[in-house]
Design a protein around this ligand. Structure first.
Ligand code: DWN
Length: 401
């Protein structure tokens, strides 16, 4: 395959096998026609970008039945308020600033600008979540972002002071198009700020479930510098985040337009010390994924042999990779509890485990909960004290139990 960024020939370093659409929760009459593709990650040793080889058509993933609503987590609501406040305090200057967010989902971040009366626009391809954003007073258009959308926005609203994204950039295969769009949209001293799950954390924790159809890239600062550099941008700041099991906030500006923080030099050096620029790092990651799979299957089989009930907690997109890679179905995990109404009553992609409302967990505790929403662990542990104190056991695939 060719690297999506620099066109170098690259080869996947492993396969997770046949995968369905990660958020494609479905009903039994849809099982027969379920879509599958091969999930194979690759590392480009020229531009240092971690990516998946094949990505399904975006229309199969982002549509008017998109199953993920950012608002389901109280901690994430707090996080996005803090993110918006930080942008406001550090990067919005002058009169009547204008902020654009790409992949604005249900408006969880932009509503914080809306409440301050700041000019803003969300660009969101999934109509159902965009509708929810409008209900929260967030000005939103249903569109994929790119150079064309950027020109339309400039024509209607003028250039922007900040282009923001959260857990979106890593979903977009044509980042060169995004960079061109950002260049057209932003004022001369405008900033491009985004956060995504961080490659350094994924490698450190062997949290391979970050890899699924929607996440076409898992970024490092090294790769972000190489992706946006050729379009005239440079990294001016980097901030590590706790969210989604370890994320990074990348701040970019046109070269020379803003001063560069010391964090940039420090984190780039840390990434080299971790070996994120070396293909051997991904070979040992593959070995750890295989060990993680063997461990999880063995633990679940032991639970079953001991006659203990295991229920999944949080039907995350990430769980689709774990379940399908490890071959875990309803014979090992009775059901998965999830608070998102659109997922409830459906079955998980590929392995077809029933998804039930939270009450199914709370009203009949299992012996063991397999925590698929491990990135929300702090929030969930607080909420589930009764289960834990009553002897309930927690498991995760990343060996944090
Ligand atoms: O990048 C992406 C991230 C930000 O969000 C997307 N591609 C899709 C999505 O990924 P995910 O589905 O892995 O995200 P979460 O936030 O780990 O999903 C949590 C799931 O768990 C939701 O379906 C809601 C559910 N949940 C629950 O049932 N009880 C969550 C919490 C906090 C709870 O207490």
């Amino acid at each position: 395959m060719k690297c999506r960024i620099c066109q170098e020939n690259i080869t996947p370093f492993m396969t997770y096998g046949r995968m369905p659409i990660a958020n494609g929760f479905l009903l039994p009459d849809q099982f027969e026609n379920e879509y599958f593709f091969n999930l194979t990650p690759a590392f480009c040793d020229k531009c240092l970008t971690f990516q998946i080889e094949e990505q399904p058509d975006p229309k199969l993933m982002f549509h008017d039945q998109y199953a993920f609503f950012s608002r389901t987590s109280v901690h994430m609501q707090r996080h996005f308020k803090a993110y918006a406040d930080w942008v406001y305090d550090n990067h919005l200057k002058g009169d009547s600033p204008f902020v654009v967010e790409l992949g604005s989902n249900d408006g969880i971040m932009l509503e914080n600008f809306a409440k301050r009366g700041i000019r803003h626009l969300g660009v969101e391809p999934s109509a159902n979540v965009a509708e929810e954003a409008r209900r929260h007073g967030v000005n939103t258009i249903v569109r994929f972002f790119g150079p064309e959308t950027a020109s339309e926005i400039v024509e209607e609203y003028g250039q922007a002071d900040a282009l923001l994204a959260a857990n979106v950039m890593c979903h977009i295969p044509d980042l060169n198009g995004i960079a061109k769009g950002a260049s057209a949209l932003l004022k001369q001293d405008g900033v491009l700020i985004f956060e995504d799950p961080y490659l350094g954390s994924m490698i450190e924790k062997t949290s391979y479930d970050q890899i699924y159809d929607e996440h076409v890239f898992i970024f490092s600062a090294l790769s972000v510098a190489n992706i946006f550099g050729p379009h005239g941008f440079e990294l001016i700041d980097l901030l590590k985040q706790e969210t989604h099991g370890g994320s990074m906030r990348y701040v970019l500006a046109r070269k020379g337009a803003r001063s560069v923080s010391a964090a940039v030099t420090k984190i780039l050096a840390d990434e080299k010390a971790q070996g994120l620029h070396l293909s051997e790092t991904y070979d040992s990651f593959r070995e750890r994924c295989e060990a993680s799979k063997a461990r999880l299957v063995r633990l679940l089989q032991d639970e079953k042999a001991a006659g203990r009930r295991v229920v999944g907690y949080g039907a995350t997109s990430k769980s689709t990779t774990i379940l399908n890679y490890c071959g875990i179905g309803p014979e090992l995990v009775e059901f998965i509890s999830d608070t998102t109404p659109i997922k409830q009553g459906k079955f998980t992609p590929g392995m077809h485990i029933p998804v039930k409302p939270y009450s199914a967990f709370a009203e009949n505790y299992p012996d063991t909960a397999l925590l698929f929403a491990w990135n929300h662990k702090a929030e969930i542990m607080e909420k589930e004290k009764a289960f834990t104190e009553g002897g309930g056991k927690w498991l995760t695939h990343i060996g944090e139990d």
